[in-house]
Ligand binder design. Structure first.
Ligand code: NAP
Length: 490
C-alpha cells in the first residue's frame, strides 16, 4: 500500500502516472462537506503536461496489456476486488468524508465496487466474438472484439468509488489502458482505487489518474488525439461540449448525464410502500443521485393524503454528521451547491407551488453544507421545479387527473434516465413500462438503484444512446474485427 506524506494531518496525493505518485508544486484541498474545517486530502493540481505524460504511459502500456491473457487480467481484477472488500470500511469512511453521503451508503458503495470488479473479471472469459457460415464452405468467417487503445474517463463526484470502478474495470478487463480524471470535489477514492489496482498487480501505465481543474486536465484529455474514446458521466452542459469535441476529432464518446426522474403514484397504490420508496428515492445520498426521484406525479384524488404521509416520513429523517450511524441524510457536496439549491427554493416559494416543509440551512449544522429535506406540492409540470434537475434533497408533488396525464407529465422533460410507477394494476404497470421514455424503469420501487449486470443509462438528454455496465460495456470498450480465413491454394 502506498504511503503518502501528511500535511495538516491529511494525505498529500500526487498524480498516479506510470505506476508512480507524481507530485505537483501546487495542490488543492478536498474538504469534508459535513465540516468544512476538516481537510480530507491535498491533491495535485495537474495540467495538460501531466495528461500528456499519462497518455504516453498508457499508450506504451497498451502494447503489452492488450496482449495479456484474459485469465491474467481476470485474476488482477479478482485480487483488486478482494483488496477493496478488505479496505471497504476505510474506503467507505473516506468516501463519506469527501462526499457527504451516510457511512452506510459509503461502505455499501465500496462493496458494490468490489462486486463490479468481480463481474468484469468474469467477463474477460466470456465469448468475445461470433463465428459465421461463409458463402465459401472452406472459409472460416468470424468476428472478434478487440480493445480500443487508450481510453479517457471523466467522472462526477456523487459516486466517488462506484463510477470510477464501473468505467475502469470494463476498460481494462477488455484490454484497454486508461487515463482518468476524477471530479475535483471528491477525487480521493479514485486514488484509493489506483492504489488497490497496483497492489493487485496491475502493470504500471495501465491505469493513470490525473487530478486538477477541468479546464486544464479535462480539456487536455478530451483533445489528445491518442485517446481513442472518452467515457463521461456528469452534467449535460459539460457532456455536450465533450461530445462535440470528441466527435470533431473522431473519438468514440459515451455520455451519462442528468435526470428529472418521476415517480407516478396511482390511486390504487400501496400507500405505505409508495411513501417509503419515494422518500428513499428522493432523499438517499441527499438527493444527489442522477436517478433520484424529484417529481412525485400523484393522482389528484390521493394527492393531499399522499403529501401528508410524505411530510410525516420526511419529518422523521435524521439529518446530521454522515459518519454517525444514526444519520439518514448528510450534507450536499459543498456550500456552493447548498446556496444554489436555497436560491431555487426561494424562487419556487414565489410561484404557485405550495411549500410544505424543509428548505432550511439548520443553525445547529452550520459547519457543513446541510439543507433540510424539502417538499413542495401543487407543482406545475412546466415550472422550473417541474423541469430542471436541482440535484439536492427536494421533492415536488405534481397532482394529475388520470394515467394519461401522468404519462404526459412524466415524459414532458428533456431527460429520460429513470422512472417509477406505484400501482396494483398490472395493465397500467405494463403500459407505463411500454410508454415511459426512460432507460431505467421501476414498477413499485424507487427510481434509484442499478445492478451492475444490467445495462445502465437513459433516454433523451440523459445519455448518448450508449449504455454502461453489464454486457453493454463491451459495446463501448471494444471494436469489432471481421476475419475471413482461407486455406492456401497450395
Ligand atoms: P460536472 O460538473 O459535469 O463534472 C463532471 C466531470 O467533468 C468532473 O470530473 C469535472 O471536473 C469534469 N469537467 C468539467 N468541465 C470539463 C471540461 N470542459 N472538459 C472535461 N471535463 C470537464 O458534473 P458533476 O457536478 O460532477 O456531477 C453532477 C452531474 O452528474 C449531475 O447532472 C448528475 O445527474 C450527473 N450524473 C449522471 C450519472 C449517470 O450515470 N447518468 C451518474 C452520476 C451523476 P471538475 O470536477 O474538476 O470540475
Amino acid at each position: 500500500m502506498a504511503q503518502h506524506e501528511l500535511r495538516d494531518g491529511a494525505p498529500v496525493y500526487g498524480n498516479y502516472i506510470n505506476g508512480e505518485w507524481v507530485h505537483t508544486d501546487a495542490t488543492f484541498e478536498v474538504r469534508n462537506p459535513a465540516n468544512r474545517e476538516e481537510i480530507v486530502a491535498h491533491m495535485a493540481v495537474g495540467g495538460p503536461a501531466d495528461v500528456t505524460t499519462a497518455v504516453d504511459a498508457a499508450a506504451e502500456a497498451f502494447k503489452t496489456w492488450s496482449r495479456t491473457g484474459a485469465l491474467e487480467r481476470a485474476n488482477i481484477l479478482y485480487k483488486a476486488a478482494d483488496l477493496l472488500v478488505q479496505r471497504s470500511a476505510e474506503i467507505g469512511r473516506v468516501l463519506t468524508r469527501e462526499e457527504g453521503k451516510t457511512i452506510k451508503e459509503g461502505v455499501g458503495e465500496a462493496l458494490r465496487a468490489a462486486n463490479i470488479m468481480r463481474y468484469y473479471a468474469g467477463e474477460t472469459l466470456q465469448p468475445n466474438g461470433d463465428h459465421y457460415p461463409s458463402a465459401n464452405p472452406k472459409t472460416m468467417l468470424y468476428s472478434v472484439r478487440e480493445p480500443l487503445g487508450v481510453v479517457g474517463l471523466i467522472t462526477p463526484w456523487n459516486f466517488p468509488i462506484a463510477i470510477p470502478v464501473w468505467k475502469t474495470a470494463p476498460a481494462i478487463a477488455f484490454g484497454n489502458t486508461v487515463v482518468f480524471k476524477p471530479a475535483s470535489a471528491a477525487p480521493v477514492c479514485a486514488m484509493l482505487m489506483a492504489e488497490i489496482l497496483e497492489d493487485a498487480g496491475l502493470p504500471k501505465g495501465v491505469v493513470n489518474v490525473v487530478t486538477g481543474p477541468a479546464g486544464g486536465v479535462g480539456n487536455a484529455l478530451v483533445d489528445d488525439p491518442r485517446v481513442a474514446a472518452i467515457s463521461f458521466t456528469g452534467s449535460g452542459v459539460v457532456g455536450n461540449r465533450i461530445r462535440i469535441k470528441a466527435a470533431n476529432r473522431g473519438a468514440k464518446v459515451q455520455l451519462e448525464l442528468g435526470g428529472k426522474n418521476p415517480a407516478i403514484v396511482l390511486a390504487d397504490a400501496d400507500m405505505t410502500q409508495a411513501v417509503q420508496q419515494v422518500v428513499a428515492g428522493a432523499m438517499n445520498s441527499t438527493g444527489q443521485k442522477c436517478t433520484a426521484t424529484s417529481r412525485a406525479i400523484v393522482d389528484r384524488r390521493i394527492a393531499a393524503e399522499f403529501t401528508d404521509l410524505l411530510q410525516q416520513r420526511l419529518s422523521t429523517l435524521v439529518v446530521g454528521d454522515p459518519l454517525d450511524e444514526a444519520t439518514q441524510m448528510g450534507p450536499l457536496i459543498d456550500d456552493a451547491s447548498a446556496d444554489r439549491l436555497m436560491k431555487e427554493i426561494a424562487a419556487a416559494k414565489e410561484t404557485d407551488a405550495q411549500h410544505v416543509m424543509g428548505g432550511d440551512r439548520p443553525d445547529e449544522l452550520a459547519q457543513g453544507a446541510f439543507v433540510t429535506p424539502t417538499l413542495f406540492t401543487n407543482v406545475s409540470s412546466d415550472s422550473r421545479m417541474g423541469q430542471e434537475e436541482y440535484f439536492g434533497p427536494l421533492l415536488g408533488v405534481i397532482p394529475v387527473d388520470d394515467m394519461d396525464e401522468a404519462m404526459d407529465v412524466a415524459n414532458s422533460v428533456k431527460y429520460g434516465l429513470s422512472a417509477s410507477i406505484f400501482t396494483r394494476d398490472l395493465g397500467k404497470a405494463m403500459r407505463f413500462a411500454r410508454e415511459i421514455q426512460a432507460g431505467m424503469v421501476h414498477i413499485n420501487s424507487e427510481t434509484a438503484g442499478a445492478e451492475y449486470q444490467l445495462p445502465f443509462g437513459g433516454y433523451k438528454g440523459s445519455s448518448s444512446y450508449s449504455r454502461e455496465q453489464g454486457k453493454a460495456a463491451v459495446e463501448f470498450y471494444t471494436q469489432t474485427k471481421t476475419v475471413f480465413m482461407d486455406e492456401p491454394l497450395a
